[in-house]
Write a protein that binds this ligand. Structure first.
Ligand code: ADP
Length: 255
């Protein structure tokens, strides 16, 4: 505290109080640090057993002549293990990013290629819902970034856009504006009510819990997106209107 506040010295009582408060703040810092480390360790340790449960269930499902009841139970086990595995993977990224253990592996990247690749992966999901998925690459922009993380960012935003759009289309666009690469993911979906907008990047925040859960969501995707963009010294913004749709804008420094 004495480092944080510029308090007068030479008074024993004040000095003592300052020292005590200082000690308390250090303890709090250490407690928070331990808690973050605990989440990171717990998520990490849960990954292996979950992967084993999943692969054992998958192997057992491949065995011929097993009774239908048994197969149904195995499918539930497999699906729940996949669900939990996804949750644990997301928790691990967030816990590591809090501890600055999650490092970016940067290289010069062609964003047009990245958009091309990720959009292609989501064509099937969009078509299955009768949605049009369009990409508009106004120009290529190179950036110095982490390919895995940026792929995950775009995939999270596209997955949401498709999930929360019952009809119409999803447009992904890329352009360069001055020193920035601008990526926009725009949908014609359900939209987000204005009172929820300030919270959607918070961990576990979901506008409609039942709907998000039914779609397999945890409310962690946008927190991860926010971290990825921040780690790249960029900015993420959202504009939405209920019943009309939502647009996420991602600004990343061009290289
Ligand atoms: P989830 O796993 O629930 O999708 P996210 O962190 O990705 O979690 O998103 C948080 C919440 O923001 C979602 O539950 C949803 O209510 C809202 N949301 C995100 N993207 C969209 C979108 N494109 N259209 C409408 N709502 C969205």
């Amino acid at each position: 505290l004495s480092r944080r506040l510029d308090l007068p010295h030479g008074n024993d009582e004040v000095g003592h109080l300052v020292a005590t408060l200082d000690e308390m703040l250090d303890r709090l810092d250490r407690a928070f640090q331990r808690q973050r480390q605990f989440t990171a360790d717990a998520s990490h340790e849960l990954r292996t057993p979950l992967a084993v449960i999943r692969s054992e269930a998958e192997a057992a499902l491949k065995r011929p002549h097993s009774p239908e009841e048994y197969r149904q139970a195995l499918k539930v086990i497999r699906d729940q293990a996949i669900w939990m595995g996804n949750l644990v993977a997301k928790l691990l990224i967030l816990a590591r990013s809090d501890e600055q253990q999650e490092k970016l592996e940067r290289e010069i990247l062609n964003l047009a290629d990245l958009v091309e690749g990720v959009t292609a992966e989501f064509q099937g999901m969009a078509e299955a819902k009768g949605l049009e998925l369009v990409k508009v690459i106004k120009e290529n922009v190179n950036i110095y970034g982490d390919q895995t993380r940026l792929t995950q960012l775009l995939a999270n935003l596209l997955d949401n856009a498709i999930k929360y759009t019952p009809a119409g289309k999803v447009v992904v666009s890329l352009e360069r504006l001055g020193k920035w690469a601008l990526l926009v993911i725009k949908d014609t979906g359900v939209g987000i009510p204005p009172e929820h907008l300030p919270h959607i990047f918070e961990r576990f925040y979901r506008v409609n819990k039942a709907r998000s859960r039914a779609e397999g969501g945890f409310g962690l995707g946008l927190s991860i997106c926010e971290w990825i963009v921040r780690a790249h010294n960029g900015k993420i913004e959202v504009e939405s209107s209920v019943g009309q749709g939502t647009a996420f804008k991602v600004w990343l420094p061009a290289s």
